[in-house]
Design a protein around this ligand. Structure first.
Ligand SMILES: Cc1cc2nc3c(=O)[nH]c(=O)nc-3n(C[C@H](O)[C@H](O)[C@H](O)COP(=O)(O)OP(=O)(O)OC[C@H]3O[C@@H](n4cnc5c(N)ncnc54)[C@H](O)[C@@H]3O)c2cc1C
Length: 276
């Protein structure tokens, strides 16, 4: 089949996720960017074409789908949506203003900019735990600010965090603002309605992910209550014949191994759809 891959592989979670230690076949781990480049190289070796363009809209026209990008329009007989997920924002004053000036959503991309400085990680779960562990190796002090009453994450992360000497945590905190001058200077928050503030040079937001469903919505696909693309888990079919979806945009266990598995299943289903 003639296959076109649209999107920017370097902008994916997979590429920006840092070092992957749990993807099968790499016992010593692998950097996300290298994994993405290898996957792309393998797909291209078998004839897939790649265009680093963002698909802005997709429409269903009889037997075909038309996909519009910023530069071009493509037509195809079947579509596989693997648009992943994006970082959830905090939604407080200062967050947007200081993005790229101290506020970041990617420790592996920006952590090194805060060498020997003080940083805050705002969020919860495995994302926050991993961010704390990564930054504690680089920064002077890492302050976790979380709305939860404890950090819930994989046991191995919690064990490693317990041994850190440059880590502090504030639980039950509601962040109200990120302040600064040219760059980030502090985080303001409430604990039991008492205003508090911590001086930091950088803020890493780890509030989880939201699925990128704009294309799915432009096609009118059914979504789940959580906002993910609804699929039949047996074959990755969406609510529209000829359109399949896989990976994080469909929810479930959001991992590279599961994204690859569901992607393979979607590709086989698309093939069967096209040859029937
Ligand atoms: C910091 C971090 C650490 C992680 N650590 C691990 C780990 O250790 N192990 C693990 O298994 N998983 C880990 N994950 C999760 C893992 O990276 C994801 O589950 C996986 O990458 C999902 O793959 P995906 O293809 O569904 O989405 P993504 O990797 O997000 O790829 C989606 C792609 O779609 C593109 N796209 C989106 N919209 C459009 C559009 N309109 N047009 C064209 N292209 C579009 C994006 O640019 C991107 O390239 C981590 C994630 C993060 C953020």
């Amino acid at each position: 089949m003639k296959t076109l891959i649209l999107g920017n592989v370097y902008g994916s979670q997979q590429s920006t996720g840092g070092f992957y230690e749990n993807y099968p076949g790499f016992p010593d781990g692998i950097q996300g960017i290298e994994l993405s480049e290898r996957m792309l190289e393998q797909a291209q070796k078998f004839g897939a074409e790649y265009q680093a363009e963002v698909a802005e809209k997709a429409v269903h026209l009889g037997d075909i789908f038309r996909v519009k990008t910023e530069n071009w329009e493509y037509e195809c007989k079947s579509l596989i949506l693997v648009t992943g997920a994006s970082h959830r924002k905090l939604g407080v004053p200062g967050e947007t203003e200081f993005t790229t000036r101290g506020v970041s959503y990617c420790v592996h991309c920006d952590g090194a900019l805060f060498r020997k400085k003080n940083v805050a990680v705002i969020g919860y779960g495995n994302g926050a735990a991993r961010a704390v562990l990564y930054l504690s190796n680089i920064c002077n002090r890492v302050h976790l600010i979380t709305s939860r009453d404890k950090l819930v994450a994989e046991a191995v992360y919690l064990q490693r965090i317990k041994d850190l000497s440059n880590f502090v945590a504030t639980f039950g905190a509601e962040v109200t603002a990120i302040k600064g001058d040219e760059t980030v200077g502090s985080v303001e928050f409430l604990v039991a309605n008492t205003p508090r503030s911590v001086k930091v040079d950088g803020v890493f937001v780890e509030m989880g992910m939201k699925p990128n469903t704009e294309l799915a919505q432009s096609l009118g696909l059914e979504l789940t209550q959580g906002g993910f693309i609804r699929v039949n888990r047996l074959n990755q079919e969406t609510s529209m014949p000829g359109v399949f979806a896989a990976g994080d945009v469909t929810g479930g266990r959001m991992q590279v191994a599961t994204a690859v598995g569901s992607g393979a299943s979607a590709a086989i289903s698309a093939l069967q759809y096209l040859v029937k």
